[in-house]
Write a protein that binds this ligand. Sequence first.
Ligand code: FEO
Length: 488
Amino acid sequence: MTIHVKNNIHWVGQRDWEVQDFHGTEYKITKGTSYNSYLIREEKVVLIDTVDHRFCHQFLQNLEKEINLNDIDFIVINHAEEDHSGALSALMEKIPQTPIYCTEAAIDSIVGHHHHPEWNFNTVKTGDTLDIGHGKQLVFVEAPMLHWPDSMMTYLTGDAVLFSNDAFGQHYCDERLFNDEVDQHELYEQCLRYYANILTPFSNLVTAKINEVLSFNLPVDMIATSHGIVWRDNPTQIIHQYLEWANHYQENRITIFYDSMSNNTRMMADAIAQGIHDVDANVAVKVFNVAKHDKNEILSSVFRSKAILVGSSTMNNVMMPKIAGMLEEIAGLRFKNKSAAAFGSYGWNGGAVDRIHARLTDAGFDTSLSLKTKWRPDHKALAECQDYGRTIAKQWQLNHQTQPVENTTPVQESVSPVSIQTTSVSGSSEKTIDTQSMICTVCNWVYDPAIGEPNQDVMPGTAWDDVPDDFFCPDCNLGKDVFIEYNN
Ligand code: FEO
């Protein structure tokens, strides 16, 4: 089956109604997904991406009904993850000489997955073009870490269609392909879930990449993603939504999640939630038990929140394992501009609460005083929990009134190489560009001008501005554009 997208572009992808797990079992899929592949037939015939490896035979059968495979002139692989390049081995068995256009990083990941270094790879960089006839060109835009180092987008001139791969997509399955045809609430929910759980750590890159693409001043008539729908109606709405989400997004919401051995910590959670509501009837308070609720929904709620409360019973003087797992995941998602606090019931020591507090602080949350209750909370202890909820709600009201989050796109501010104020143990001080350290937003490697990076001939004393443009992070190999200012 194919679906007409626009002019000579057809969708030749695969729907997957029954998939439940993605990235192992780390991402629960609730509405199915699709693996979108596109066939462009101009003077040259181009296939953009393939489908998940589990559907390779179905994909080829479908494609062969549409076209003689030998008529495909170029294959574009925007991203090597197996849900997009999975059918490449089966396809290349049939047309082994066909040129594959991809980023340099993609050669490593494609060969790593398919083990065919002899394929006819053609590397492209941002701004490179490929003429496909009838006055149309493909323009390539590298998009490292959206979602892998190899990721890129491909823009088709004339039709003004951006093939964005993972970016702007969502795990969502519907027989209808276009955004204006599907349930808008479901679509928004799945877009947010996808961003919150997959793209949050790369928010700085999202903003920078979008601004770069916007700076090209290219018209965008459609955004053809590799999962879910094609943005046809007001396609830039999802771009603006991404800019908002990437800008330390938060709503007037507090998320409480916990695990509870004997229901005692759950009783505390309920009482704290009541206390918050007592003083702030407008804040949305969402309470989850990590052992029972969908993990990705909890993380989506954290993404939407201005603050979180994390509770655990103490077990063997540590937190319960599901809470530890959630905190590890939250640390990896690198949420910004959020407050947090820990709570929990204990019997003879309260080690879990202390450890949660430390983990939240390490993860970059602005942490408040914790709350411990010994054994099962009685009326007095529950009143204390409720009072704690009132106190913390007031504090967080104040915090987030004095630190408003604007729905604009200050990325240029956040990476601006001008002098900045930093906070040190001894108080505020001013740093100039000469000593400004920079951190890789992908792997957290820090560039210290005092040390430089001698392996790349960047000598000690080299300010970031003077570091060559072809510098790459020695840990993850990404370029200067993924670095932001670092103040320790
Ligand atoms: Fe849809 Fe990064 O794969």
